[in-house]
Design a protein around this ligand. Structure first.
Ligand SMILES: CCCCCCC/C=C/C(=O)SCCNC(=O)CCNC(=O)[C@H](O)C(C)(C)COP(=O)(O)OP(=O)(O)OC[C@H]1O[C@@H](n2cnc3c(N)ncnc32)[C@H](O)[C@@H]1OP(=O)(O)O
Length: 719
């Protein structure tokens, strides 16, 4: 909807009204069309201002209304009518002007922004392009290179940058609508010939072809199979090479392909999934709407290894006071230096002062006495962690939330050793903790909703995609990694190479294949976990028995690689070889290939040819199957939680929407059929045995992903 009033006698003020972000729903578009007509036909009105209610101009087209049948007036003619108006139209931009919202503003003759406003064309992040004329108007207004940057990345710019780029005409610190009305009064009656952006010639950069070639190459490389960034470049190229109306036709064609693509659906699903996981709920029924968080102004980090350092940086960058504890003096000094230089580099990039004085370092755990929350990040050893938690319980003020960053240990066992288990939760960060967006907030049976709410609120403040999960081995992310990597090891036994597996996964869109990722993370991490689970014990190196553990098929390949001291990048070799320890360029390793041949010969295995499809089906479907088990067990509340975890923490290609969404796109019946097929071929691999939730979903007609929760709820109520 849109409201219309007349202000200062001669200015028609149109206010978009669609909380919370004034998205351009059918009703809002109809409102704009009607009110613009009212303003233009009123002889008393000499100029018009368009603004949004509640401090936000417009969050763009209403994504919830996207679908095959869309009603209401279309955006393009609506914006053209505004641009063609014979009275000046001024956009008063507060809060955000994004996507269709900015495109609407670009159709206005002038744009006034509040200094805190953010502007952008983020359609690419939703698998689309600015198809309400934005891809044609923006390059005409600010030039091709700047428009390419904004449109292909979808990044939001501040009002100051928008002014510098020429997107807005004025920035104000005061009331934006008042400033826009004043401006509208000052331009009433003036010629608008030079204010209609669609009539501008597109500035022609030198070496146009070379520029587009270079940008296209860069975009294709980073898009990892995503279509929208490529279409965005093509649309801007149309703006640079075709008259406006033809460019608009091209924009429409490109949009038509994107709009109905599975990629756009996946990206829009992830947009809403990211918001849905914030509405967390525990099995008790307590959740985001019933649990009040405790304020956290001062936090402590215990243990300053790589994780502890990253967490310290992330907390300080969020504006908290941090007490950083490390008992080893040498490590403390090393960590202090590393944290300071990371903070300095980050501050330099953002043009602000490094928040070094927010951190106090100590070797003494007594220094945490007055903090509101502690994050323990010591070595993964249950005895050591229990000792730390006991000390914390004695030192901390009452009510301090105690978090563990463990990735592999049972946080409930840890909680049971503290006098106040309700204050204990897991905060599972991903390395490097100041960079990675994912945070798993882990609750145990005794964690209080308030402790969970506090960790979630802190995660939000830190800008993390925070997901509440139950306690089990590996939580959600690492638990699903087990079948994924197990299948990859089996594929090596059967004839694949790390290069083949990685190529299949990278072509699928993963930022890194499993083996390259494992070299980066360090092979010793998984080795330690397998050893503690009693799997990676030294065995007779040949014969069937070496490949069976606890009665099931097991591949000791990764353990044998570790026994050679090959821990990945840090040691200069792992699944690949590197020029030197710490080097990042993975090269194919003849040693590894001959090791695999000898291994197969020793175990009587005959290598066969394996194609990309088998790699994807076995690795991904085994992982998805485990995802269904996680839902069945109630460890994750819904498929959205799993998908957010995989997109933000494990390099899953965003344009494929996460593993559970991907399964729904492939078709649950097909996933089930392929799992049954592989399980028949490998009956000694439990991860390939289709789980009952998957079977149940298929039996109930494979409902769309947003309806799985109903089936899960029914399943839980029957248990
Ligand atoms: C062929 C016909 C189509 C032609 C299309 C022409 C081309 C135009 C395309 C577009 O405009 S696509 C949309 C582009 N806009 C965006 O990508 C912006 C998305 N929104 C945001 O980035 C943020 O929401 C915000 C505006 C910066 C506000 O952030 P904040 O943190 O304050 O709130 P959120 O929690 O993110 O959102 C609150 C609430 O609003 C819902 N929402 C936000 N934007 C939209 C939208 N564009 N459409 C529908 N709903 C939107 C969001 O989902 C939240 O609701 P819940 O999910 O929590 O219920």
């Amino acid at each position: 909807m849109a409201q219309y009033t007349r202000v200062s006698g001669i200015v028609g003020l149109i206010t978009l009204q669609n909380p919370p972000v004034n998205a351009l729903s059918a009703a809002v578009r109809q409102g704009i069309v009607d009110k613009v007509e009212t303003a233009l036909s009123d002889p008393k009105v000499k100029s018009v201002v368009i603004c949004g209610q509640n401090g936000i101009f417009c969050g763009g087209a209403d994504i919830k209304e996207f679908g095959p049948k869309m009603s209401g007036p279309p955006l393009i003619p609506m914006i053209h009518a505004i641009e063609a108006a014979n009275k000046p139209v001024v956009a008063a931009i507060e809060g955000s002007a994004l996507g269709g919202g900015l495109e609407l503003a670009l159709g206005c003759h002038y744009r006034i922004a509040h200094s805190k406003a953010r502007l952008g064309l983020p359609e690419v992040t939703l698998g689309l392009l600015p198809a309400a004329g934005g891809s044609q108007r923006l390059p005409r207004l600010i030039g091709v290179p700047a428009a390419l940057d904004l449109i292909t990345t979808g990044r939001h710019v501040t009002a100051a940058e928008a002014l510098q780029l020429g997107i807005v005409d004025q920035v104000t610190d005061n009331n934006t609508v008042d400033a826009a009305v004043k401006f509208a009064l000052s331009v009433a009656g003036q010629s608008l010939d030079a204010r209609r952006i669609s009539t501008y010639p597109c500035p022609q950069p030198s070496h146009l072809d070379a520029l587009f070639e270079e940008v296209m190459q860069k975009v294709r490389q980073s898009a990892r199979g995503a279509m929208a960034p490529v279409a965005c470049v093509q649309a801007v190229r149309a703006a640079a090479t075709l008259p406006y109306t033809q460019g608009l036709e091209r924009e429409k064609e490109l949009m038509a392909t994107l709009f109905t693509s599975g990629q756009a659906r996946a990206l829009q699903y992830i947009f809403f999934a990211q918001r849905a996981v914030g509405r967390w709920r525990m099995p008790s029924g307590a959740g985001w709407d019933t649990s009040k968080h405790r304020p956290v102004n001062k936090a402590a980090v215990i243990g300053l290894g790589t994780m502890g350092q990253g967490i310290t940086v992330a907390l300080a960058q969020t504006g908290l006071s941090v007490v950083a504890i490390e008992t080893q003096e040498k490590q403390l000094m090393k960590a202090k230096q590393a944290v300071s230089s990371t903070l300095e580099r980050g501050a330099k990039r953002r043009g602000v002062a490094p928040p070094l004085d927010r951190i106090s370092y100590s070797q003494n755990i007594q220094a945490v006495a007055d903090v509101d929350l502690v994050i323990e990040a010591v070595f993964e050893d249950m005895g050591l962690k229990m000792e730390v938690f006991q000390q914390l319980s004695a030192v901390c003020k009452p009510g301090t939330v105690l978090c563990t960053n463990t990735s592999a240990l049972d946080m409930d066992q840890l909680a049971s050793e503290t006098p106040n288990p309700e204050l204990v939760v897991g905060m599972h960060f991903f390395s490097p903790a100041h960079v990675m967006k994912l945070l798993e907030v882990v609750y145990g049976p005794r964690s209080s909703p308030q402790a969970v709410a506090t960790a979630m609120q802190l995660g939000k403040k830190m800008g993390k995609a925070s997901v509440v999960v139950g306690n089990c081995r590996g939580f959600v992310g690492n638990r699903m990694l087990m079948p994924y990597s197990e299948q990859a090891f089996f594929l090596l036994e059967e004839g694949a190479t790390p290069e083949l597996v990685d190529r299949a996964l990278e072509e699928f869109g993963f930022s890194m294949g499993l083996f390259r990722m494992s070299d980066l993370a360090g092979l010793d991490v998984g080795w330690r976990v397998r050893k503690s689970a009693g799997l990676a014990e030294p065995r007779e190196a040949s014969g069937q028995s070496a490949r069976i553990r606890k009665g099931y098929r097991y591949s000791p390949i990764a353990d044998l690689i570790c026994e050679q001291g090959r821990f990945g990048q840090k040691t200069g070799s792992g699944w690949y070889q590197y020029d030197k320890p710490g080097s990042r360029v993975a090269r194919s390793d003849p040693w590894l290939h001959s090791f695999l041949e000898q291994y197969r010969a020793r175990h009587g295995l005959v290598a066969r040819s394996i194609d990309h499809q088998e790699v994807l089906e076995r690795c991904l479907y085994a992982m998805i199957n485990e995802g269904f088990r996680i839902l069945e067990d109630g460890i994750a509340a819904g498929p959205e939680d799993i998908d957010v975890i995989y997109v933000f923490g494990y390099g899953w290609p965003r344009h494929r929407g996460g593993p559970m969404f991907y399964a729904s796109m492939v078709g649950l019946a097909k996933v089930l059929e392929r799992l049954e097929h592989y399980h028949q071929a490998h009956p000694d691999v439990p991860y390939l045995q289709p789980c009952s939730l998957l079977k149940r979903l298929v039996a109930s007609g494979s409902p769309p992903v947003h309806r799985w929760r109903e089936v899960i709820k029914k399943l839980h109520s029957q248990l």
